[in-house]
Design a protein around this ligand. Sequence first.
Ligand code: FES
Length: 150
Amino acid sequence: MSQYTLNINGGTQTLNAGPETPLLWILRDSLMLVGSKFGCGIGQCGACTVHLDGMPTRSCITPVSEVAGRQVTTIEGLSENGDHPLQRAWQELDVPQCGYCQAGQIMSAAALLKKSPHPSDSEIDAALDGNLCRCGTYLRIRAGIHRAAE
Ligand code: FES
């Protein structure tokens, strides 16, 4: 076990963990930030997506030892009151079905909008390619991103 000080959602958290402990475990089990979801655990589904220094990152395969000193943003830290344009668009358009993957979808979409404020369909499809939705809400996700970009 080692001690790590993490920058998460604008605050700092100090905790003890093994160096290989996945960031997702820290977020969910130690810090009770449960918006990021465990889907596959092998970096394939995107349900655990957070931002690491602004880049969409799979927290299930990111060891805590790689996170110290960097900025982590989770869905809980994306906006003050859940009022990020994407979160508003998601509500307006009823984007989620079961909702399990949606925090990861929104985090990938938020990173895309920072890079490309008015993305095309193909840019959206490419940026969210690794975020799987078993309910098949892809068309509503795309519409939600366009709404947020208005
Ligand atoms: Fe991390 Fe699936 S749980 S990519």
